[in-house]
Design a protein around this ligand. Sequence first.
Ligand code: FAD
Length: 465
Amino acid sequence: MRLHWHRRDLRLADNRGLAEAPDSPAGLFVFDDRVLDHAGPPRVVFMLEALERLRAAYRKRGSELLVRYGDPASVLPEMADRYDAEFVSWNRDYSGLANERDDRVANALRDEGVTPQKFHDAICHEPGSITTNAGDPYSVYTYFWKKWRDRPKDEPDPVPELADIGSEADGETPIPTVGDLGFDPPDASVPPAGTDAARERLEAFLEEDVFRYDEARDYPAEGCTSGLSPHLKFGTIGIRELDRRVRETRDAVEGEKRESVVEFRSQLAWREFYTHVLYFNPEVVTENYKTYENGIEWEDDPELLAAWKRGETGYPIVDAGMRQLRTEAFMHNRVRMIVASFLTKDLLIDWRAGYEHFRERLVDHDTANDNGGWQWAASTGTDAQPYFRIFNPMTQGERYDPDGEYIKTYVSELSGVDPEVIHSWHELTPTQRENAAPDYPAPIVDHSERREAALSMFERARGED
Ligand code: FAD
């Protein structure tokens, strides 16, 4: 008998560790305070629903998902002893913190004569398997992508025979509610969790939206992206299963449709690229990936930061994004880039403050992707936006939301305002603004001035001033 410790793999199918370690497994999930400390209510709600569904799937197959609280380094040996498990398996997580914890757990298990079994599962190609010809990890995505794309992919594993621990697990601990874990219910709506929901999302996406992904993915009002990020974060769908369906879809079409599917697949490779970056550079969670000659002199302005968080900057596309985050615990990728650029290059606020806010609010917060996205926007990361390329939030809004449809969905003060007025909000006089939308704020900073200030800040950091 074996215990499989579920962490970011809340599913039975296409689960490497669950399927490939010796002996029939029963599942175990541990609520660890150190992990919960970093979570926000939307993510916790999504995770709890995924656990309910996982437990139901175990029970349907005559087995059980056990649930415990505490430090995994104490809980796992205790549970292995209680259930007479010779092995404890798990799938690897690639952050520095997770690696340290897993080493502690593995040692604690070995001390009790239990064999830990670790597997690569969360991404198609594990860190270290895609490298430059000199054997180094890539810091440029394009080359990584070409190798990732051409490398053969493993097939998904079937669900193994599970251990029947029915009678011993009687009276098993219920899955807690969000309140039991000390969180307030989220203000934001949270999408359905679990493998069935993930598969439904994927199939709906592959039916239509994936074929216009290439041309429409940057337009937030189009809503044509997959919405799979929370499922990938919690592993409610396996990456081999997902990628196989994407390849099957690609191979069934030609021309632009095929290119569009390939474009989608290249986004899955970004996720793997950032996972590798995090694995080889665990310090990026708090430190800039890219070193400048001098420290970057970020400004510390709590009022500007608060206005950005509330979505009251007077830059409509930025405010729409921040309000989407508040109400849906999600934000469209293009808009994430715009709000992150605005925080770091218009407000000159350190990317870490933005990352922290996203970590608390996003249902799909993923250390590797969130950090990669923030450091890209702040010009401190791998493959980052060059420091002198600064998004103009008004032209970004005009280009990617020309009819103001996305903006009006989230910024109710602008719902009756013409798109031309919305996109020239920064140029209007106070009287014109008062007449058009009296409750919507004037821009809190002047983009042209702040752009110059940002350039000087980076030039000083580069030692050019
Ligand atoms: P789709 O376009 O359908 O993409 C499919 C999948 O590919 C995504 O679910 C995701 O797993 C992956 N992917 C897509 N774009 C990227 C990307 N640029 N980098 C890495 N992986 C990508 N993504 C997260 O999963 N979690 C985060 O916490 C996160 N934070 C971000 C913060 C910033 C500042 C930026 C600029 C981007 C961030 N992203 C993050 C990447 C991207 O915005 C989201 O993955 C995407 O918006 C999720 O929506 P989707 O599933 O519909 O995406």
